[in-house]
Design a protein around this ligand. Structure first.
Ligand code: HEC
Length: 110
């Protein structure tokens, strides 16, 4: 019984660990919104903060996606942290994040 429980638990943990990469090709809007939560520390709630870092909410989806993929694959401008952050996400997740932030309404457009 103990062993069976342990195995079930181990399988569950493995599932959680690998879920992001397995689901990488099909990122739901809900999942994108969840992933976006970890961007708020630096980019403000819903990416609305602007200042030293340009605002990301309400920007053109293709621009955000291009930037994020360039950060991840080290082909963009010199950055301080975004290269390391972007490497934590699959390409599909980055494109879902770009879509999420682009879909947010802001008072003024760029
Ligand atoms: C530790 C702070 C931090 C976190 C967390 C963070 N960012 Fe950034 N982000 C920055 C900084 C600083 C820059 C400016 C480029 C640089 O120096 O890395 C930036 C730049 C960007 C840019 C480019 C904006 C532009 O117009 O140049 C995008 C897009 C972006 N971040 C998206 C995200 C997304 C999406 C997340 C969450 C997955 C995220 N960031 C999480 C700090 C952060």
């Amino acid at each position: 019984m103990q062993t069976a429980n342990y195995h079930a638990y181990a399988l569950l943990l493995l599932g959680l660990l690998f879920a992001p990469s397995v689901m990488g090709e099909d990122v739901s809007p809900e999942r994108a919104a969840m992933l976006a939560g970890s961007c708020a520390n630096c980019h403000g709630t819903e990416g609305r903060l602007e200042g030293a870092i340009p605002r990301i909410a309400g920007r053109e989806q293709s621009v955000l996606e291009t930037l994020l993929l360039a950060f991840k694959h080290d082909s963009g401008p010199d950055v301080t942290v975004m290269d390391r952050i972007a490497q934590g996400y699959s390409d599909a997740e980055l494109s879902a994040l770009a879509q999420y932030f682009a879909s947010l309404e802001v008072d003024h457009e760029d």
